[in-house]
Design a protein around this ligand. Sequence first.
Ligand SMILES: [Zn+2]
Length: 419
Amino acid sequence: MTIEPIICYLKPLSDEEINAINKYWTLKDECNEEFKYTMKEIDSQHGTECKKVSSLIKKTTCMAQTPSFICSDCKQAIPARNRSEFVRRLSSSSFQCQGCEKKQLDSLREESIKILLNFLDSQLNKLDYYSKLSYIDKLVLSAILSNGYQERKPIITHDTRMYVSGSENVDNSTLSRLAGLGALVKIHELPEEIQLAEMRVYGRSSGQFYRKTRNGYRPQKNPLAIEKGIYFSLPAGFNNSSEFFAKIYDDITNGGITTEEIAELKQLVVDIRAENFYRLIEHISQEFKLEISNSVPLSALLIHLSENYALTKCCYTFYFFVEKVIVYIYKNNPDSYSRPHLFTKFVSNYIQEVQDNGWELKLTRQLPETIFTSNLEALVSRSFIDGHFNWHSLTANEVIEHWLSKVSIRDCPNSPLLA
Ligand SMILES: [Zn+2]
């Protein structure tokens, strides 16, 4: 194939300059893609009044009569701006201009955005689960949705942990029940098609990008990128999460509770409360460097305390007895087997004495920072326990009593009381 370079002159040029430019685009022979003169040779052949060829290049482009100089989409002829581009274009079989390339990328991007939106829509497919939700399910969902919930964003991302109720046991069992109903959806792996769509929309760093802030570059989540995690999925019949939240919140405050659900509710409060007690014991054990055995007697003691005594009052008692135990160990040097059981023994003996004599625990102590109020506890305090009460200053039984005084008890067809 013979190649005849068609030189374009973009600006007014002197004869000398045209001559230099012509030499720049001259090929070794018409079948060869190599150029005849080096830039150094061209410069040396022209006088100092002629500009250097490296700056003259800006005033010229060059075409060849091959398909790779015509855009395959818009059919416009697009010349090469320098030798390396000329050679590159000659060696390729087709060519797309920048405008058409951008148009194609834009339409791929739009298509990818649709794929991403559709993917989440299909995952968060509205199932008809509303009527299957129990009182506790609605309570847990209310706690989730009242905590800065964002539509189409996970309630728990894969690398974080959410404390809904404050008890891991309660969270795990309720969250898996809600997942079974279709109210929660796990997205832990993204299909290849979705990863490709994210690449097309956001380039290489599909999940996040860096934005300059006052404190340097901070990772930002791309708004359309699909984060892995657990999502809330709206049930059929609702338009948005706030409409759904209003309905379930009304249900838990005004909709009544069945006798079966009361049993579940009691268990929930006791579980949450018991976990707070465990956290307090762990904190004290670390603070005083005293091993406290996680024994059956301790577990029985904590469940008994959580039902009948306020956490803030037990906190005072625990701190009082941990010091007594330490003094006892110092004075009596008991064997290493009995040491981890001393704390439980001291507290149990005292509580027994309190009960035998009809005393009560009066003094309170502020809870350490590790005991925090979960979303669910905050929701319950706000909705069912009068403002001046603190969830932690009540016993589990008092919490349940306050709660049940605010909701009506419904008959349930499966209730054992009606059988
Ligand atoms: Zn084009």
